[in-house]
Design a protein around this ligand. Structure first.
Ligand code: ADP
Length: 406
């Protein structure tokens, strides 16, 4: 079975085409600058990179180009589109309606449309992507895999904010959590690597990419996570502020006269590591380099970044009454020995000990704690596309409407 995995952003489409026989990635790529000048598609087959400069007016045109490239006689990987057996879509927000991966039908599409108010930036491009594939490949089944679904197992005490209860009842204002597909994959993988029973295992997963979140996964279920109603809450991120006093928002509007849009922009795009470093960079590599050359503000930003992660790990160890393993994943988690080491320095009280030599590695799946560490520490490169492809395969092969995650 060959599965196309599609991840539609506001102006981009990421894709992977996977042969599930051996789970081999046949090709992958990114169409970017959709709807604006300078559109291009970067298509990769093994180690070959092909760049196609082409303006794409919308997601349908972008996906049409992706499909054309898949069957291209020179750079394609299949002869005919009929070789695509199913399409798996990453969908950001499934709200309370979706605690599983699902076969997309009319009723699911309706529910997705109804959720748009919860994720006004993310869900519309996801919906456009699904509609485009339905049009371009009318016979092919589509499956939706949600970023929020894995966290639907959180108990009420973890997902409710201390706001008037009717805001939850009427408007569903609550913690949803994101990056669920990644937390699910790396938490399970950690249990496998350690030879532990996933359903009798307490693990804290740190997904540290541009966006960053952390989750407490007990016995195969997410019981808490740092992102909330939106992906803005929690850790310090590339450009997002993470946890702040909500009164700051009111202060910015009342005392500095900032509009709603300006505040939104400030908190989401101008804060985090970018804001803390006075616009030096949102990229951890630049910030680590600057700190190493003595840039004090970069060092301070790193200290704040690491401190916030350590605080969450402490909190989640308490939430689970113990922790067996801590996992680092995504761009920073997989590639920054510095961040991993500094986070673990805070965790001596839990009996965490890492081996500096084992930690001195990038993008490799391995245990980095010492044999006498009370808590195992691991690097597990995430693979959200593979999870989406596996869920899609399960649903299509077994002819079921959904795959329950917990
Ligand atoms: P996203 O998918 O959220 O856009 P990624 O998971 O790709 O993000 O992570 C991007 C982040 O990973 C960037 O901040 C980048 O600096 C960081 N990163 C990548 N490689 C390294 C590295 N070698 N050292 C430190 N950080 C790295």
């Amino acid at each position: 079975m060959k599965i196309l995995v599609v991840n539609c952003g506001s102006s981009s489409v990421k894709y992977q085409f996977i042969d599930m026989n051996g789970e081999k990635v046949l090709c992958k790529g990114l169409a970017e600058r959709i709807g604006i000048e300078g559109g291009r598609l970067v298509h990769r087959v093994n180690n070959d990179k092909h760049v196609i400069e082409r303006n794409m007016k919308d997601h349908e045109e972008a996906l049409k180009l992706v499909l054309d490239v898949l069957v291209d006689p020179e750079i394609g990987v299949i002869k005919d589109l009929s070789e695509i057996d199913a399409v798996g879509h990453r969908v950001v927000h499934g709200a309370e309606r979706f605690a599983s991966s699902v076969l997309i039908d009319e009723e699911v599409m309706k529910a997705l449309e109804e959720n748009v108010h919860l994720a006004p930036l993310h869900n519309p491009p996801n919906i456009l992507g699904i509609k485009a594939i339905q049009k371009l490949l009318p016979k092919v089944p589509n499956v939706g895999v949600f970023d929020t679904a894995f966290h639907q197992s959180m108990p009420k005490k973890a997902y409710l904010y201390a706001l008037p209860y009717e805001l939850y009842e009427k408007y569903r204002i609550r913690r949803y959590g994101f990056h669920g597909t990644s937390h699910r994959y790396v938490s399970k993988r950690a249990a496998e690597i350690l030879g532990r029973d996933y359903y009798d295992f307490k693990v804290i997963t740190c997904h540290l990419g541009n966006g960053a979140s952390i989750a407490a996964v007990r016995h195969g279920k997410s019981i808490d996570t740092s992102m909330g109603f939106t992906p803005l809450e929690g850790l310090v991120m590339g450009t997002r502020c993470g946890d702040i006093d909500p009164a700051i928002v009111i202060y910015l509007q009342q005392n500095l006269g900032m509009s709603v849009e300006k505040v939104y922009d400030l908190l989401n795009k101008k804060s985090g590591m970018l804001g803390l470093t006075n616009n030096l960079s949102s990229d951890m590599r630049d910030i680590e380099d600057a700190a190493q050359s003595g840039n004090e503000i970069a060092q301070l930003a790193l200290d704040i970044y690491v401190y916030r992660i350590a605080k969450y790990i402490g909190a989640y160890a308490a939430a689970m009454n113990g922790v067996d393993a801590i996992v680092f994943t995504a761009g920073v988690g997989e590639n920054s020995p510095y961040v991993r080491e500094k986070v673990c320095e805070y965790l001596g009280f839990l009996g965490v000990k890492i081996d500096k030599q084992l930690n001195d590695v990038k993008g490799v799946e391995r245990i980095i704690s010492t044999p006498d560490s009370k808590v195992a520490v691991l690097i597990v490169p995430t693979n959200e596309e593979l999870v989406i492809a596996r869920d899609t395969k399960y649903i299509v092969e077994n002819k079921v409407k959904e795959l329950k995650l917990f």
